[in-house]
Design a protein around this ligand. Structure first.
Ligand code: 5FU
Length: 239
């Protein structure tokens, strides 16, 4: 991921929250040159089929981006193993990254690891969430995520968090809730700027959804704008 970010000068991930196969493929093709990571919610696609995965993988190769299925697993180890590796979506077979809550305890990581590690996948722990009132934004809970990440650093690749949480290992920090124009939505989402997230809080990757393809927006223009803003803020942090 770090090599890809450097090569493309991008630490932008687009949250592709669209509901049809065509919309997802069109968006991935449009923003592909400007992103390092495409984030999906594959269960919102109404006409999902395996051909979507084949075409998504072809676009990932064409534009050189990785894929992150934002599945937010939250069950016991034995159940998430099946949800991750099997079912309709077979997430482990195509998604480089996925994520989970640690609410069920360490077993969720153990279960996902059994499936994902042999495939070379990486897990992100949801150590914080973007809405201000999220129960995940509790210092004890967030610290427990860091402890478990360190214990399973052979599979945990990083965190979803608003800021860098530890220097003890080379984890990636990915941050959703990013906006250059607005500060939130009507359901608790909070937006901060790339500068706040990357330069001031030492995150690595910004995750942007509606800021790029919301009503009246040109996704290519906005992806270029967020790529620039993200990369400048990242370089400012490194210097
Ligand atoms: F873990 C999280 C979180 O804390 N906040 C989020 O917003 C994930 N997200 C995802 O990022 C959410 O599910 C959307 O897919 C995306 C943000 O989209 P937006 O349109 O930029 O608000």
């Amino acid at each position: 991921m770090l090599l890809l970010m450097e090569a493309k000068q991008s630490n932008l991930s687009v949250a592709a929250d669209v509901t049809t196969k065509k919309e997802l493929l069109d968006l991935a093709d449009q923003v592909g040159p400007y992103i390092c990571l495409l984030k999906t919610h594959i269960d919102i696609i109404v006409d999902f089929d395996q051909d979507l995965i084949v075409q998504l993988q072809a676009l990932a190769k064409k534009h050189q981006f990785m894929i992150f299925e934002d599945r937010k697993f939250a069950d016991i180890g034995n159940t998430v193993k099946m949800q991750y590796g099997a079912g309709v979506h077979r997430i482990a077979h195509w998604s480089h990254f996925t994520n989970c809550h640690i609410v069920p305890g360490e077993g969720i990581i153990q279960g996902l690891k059994q499936v994902g590690q042999p495939l070379g996948r990486g897990l992100l722990l949801l150590a914080e969430m973007s809405p201000a009132d999220s129960l995940a934004n509790n210092p004890t809970y967030t610290a427990k995520n860091v402890d478990l990440a360190l214990k399973h650093s052979d599979f945990v690749a990083g965190f979803i968090a608003s800021r860098r949480l530890t220097d003890d290992h080379d984890f990636l920090t990915m941050t959703p809730g990013v906006g250059l124009d607005v500060t939130g939505d009507s359901m608790g989402q909070r937006y901060r700027s790339p500068k706040q997230i990357l330069t001031e809080n030492y995150s690595d990757i910004i995750i942007v959804g509606r800021g790029i393809y919301g009503t009246g927006k040109d996704p290519v223009h906005e992806a270029q704008r967020y790529q620039r803003a993200g990369w400048e803020a990242y370089l400012a942090r490194l210097s």
